[in-house]
Design a protein around this ligand. Structure first.
Ligand code: 8YV
Length: 344
């Protein structure tokens, strides 16, 4: 009897033509519509699957994989992977991959767009106009903060942070950054960026952009104490993860004039946005769209699909997914589950 094909679960509708490539190797179970899964539903889907393509909304940890003995690879469509419990996946011998690089420039573009919208009050001004409040032009209405000649602070100097720094040079901004590790001198030179400690970054930035990966170690890094160290004229932009900011503390700082404005693309409880943020006029709010250009979202799905095919030991790169998060799992030899990521 012919061996049955291995099964792959695709958690959300992505791009059918790209996802279709999985069908060459696997039996693909996909979602026809956008889904908000419970943990139990995710576990049920993983239970019968050999591989999965997931997005940031699907949280996969020890509980979800405990009951998924067939699962060997998870391809995350996104560069951030705080939705995945990597130690638990490591322990289970499951390969995880993400989608870096393909989204760097698009996300840096958006970070800059959100920064400009925030500093120059673009969405607030549009709301005001649409509300019919523009009855007479006024010299002193909608006064914003300049980008040119100002100091841009970048928290997290990875690929996207560097992309934002390169853009800032064209705007005549002085760039400071803080990162877990100081980056190479060659990158600092290319980005015209100077390394400072966290408190100096907070105190010196006219505009501060958050681009660091989220982990419990940096939960609410931007809390009331950090906000108090910022200039009252400063703007804050977050395109990383909502959990980096203590949102009630931010809302309070914005409403009391301790910070000029904020631009947020990510939220701790997304898709729910706190009412106190929705009520403020000096916040630009976007629904987690920093990587959302058609080409880039297609590129992300394509990389995730290629990663999954390779991680499950098929295709031209069998056993060698391009962007593994936990490459150690691929390297492990011996033991049945751990070796099945390599071509059977
Ligand atoms: C994605 C993101 O849209 O890559 C990331 O980390 O936050 C976004 O670019 C998201 O992850 C989709 O799953």
């Amino acid at each position: 009897m012919a061996e049955s094909r291995r099964r792959v679960w695709v958690s959300q509708p992505l791009f059918d033509d790209i996802i279709g490539r999985l069908g060459e190797y696997f039996d693909v179970r996909g979602a026809a519509e956008v889904q908000a899964y419970t943990a139990a539903q995710i576990a049920a889907h993983l239970r019968g699957s050999d591989g999965a393509v997931v997005t940031l909304n699907e949280r996969i940890g020890a509980a979800e994989i405990a009951d998924a003995p067939r699962l060997k690879a998870i391809a995350n469509v996104g560069v951030g992977y705080n939705n995945l419990d990597i130690p638990a996946l490591d322990a289970a011998g499951i390969v995880a991959t993400n989608t870096p690089d393909v989204l760097t420039e698009t996300t840096a573009d958006f970070g800059f767009a959100l920064l400009m919208a925030t500093a120059r009050r673009i969405t607030e001004a549009e709301r005001w106009l649409r509300d019919g409040q523009w009855r007479q032009w006024s010299f002193s209405s909608m006064l914003g903060v300049d980008l040119h000649g100002s100091t841009l602070g970048i928290l997290g100097m990875g690929r996207i942070g560097q992309g934002i720094a390169r853009r800032a040079a064209g705007f005549g901004m002085r760039v400071l950054y803080h990162n877990r590790h100081r980056v190479d001198a060659a990158i600092e030179r290319e980005c015209h960026a100077g390394y400072v400690d966290f408190d100096t970054l907070l105190a010196s930035s006219d505009h501060l952009v958050l681009v660091l990966p989220y982990s419990p170690a940096v939960h609410h890094l931007i809390d009331a104490a950090a906000l108090a160290k910022m200039k009252p004229t400063a703007t804050l932009v977050n395109i990383a993860r909502g959990g980096l900011i203590d949102e009630p503390a931010l809302a309070q700082a914005l409403s009391r004039g301790h910070l000029a404005a904020a631009g947020l693309d990510v939220y701790e409880g997304e898709p729910d946005v706190r009412p106190e943020l929705l009520a403020l006029r000096n916040v630009v709010l976007t629904p987690h769209i920093a990587s959302a250009s058609l080409d880039t979202r297609r590129g992300m799905v394509s990389l995730a699909v290629d990663n999954l095919i390779a991680a499950l030991g098929e295709g031209p790169d069998a056993g060698r997914p391009a962007t593994p998060i936990n490459p150690g799992v691929l390297a492990i030899a011996g033991g049945d589950r751990k070796t099945t990521a390599i071509k059977r």
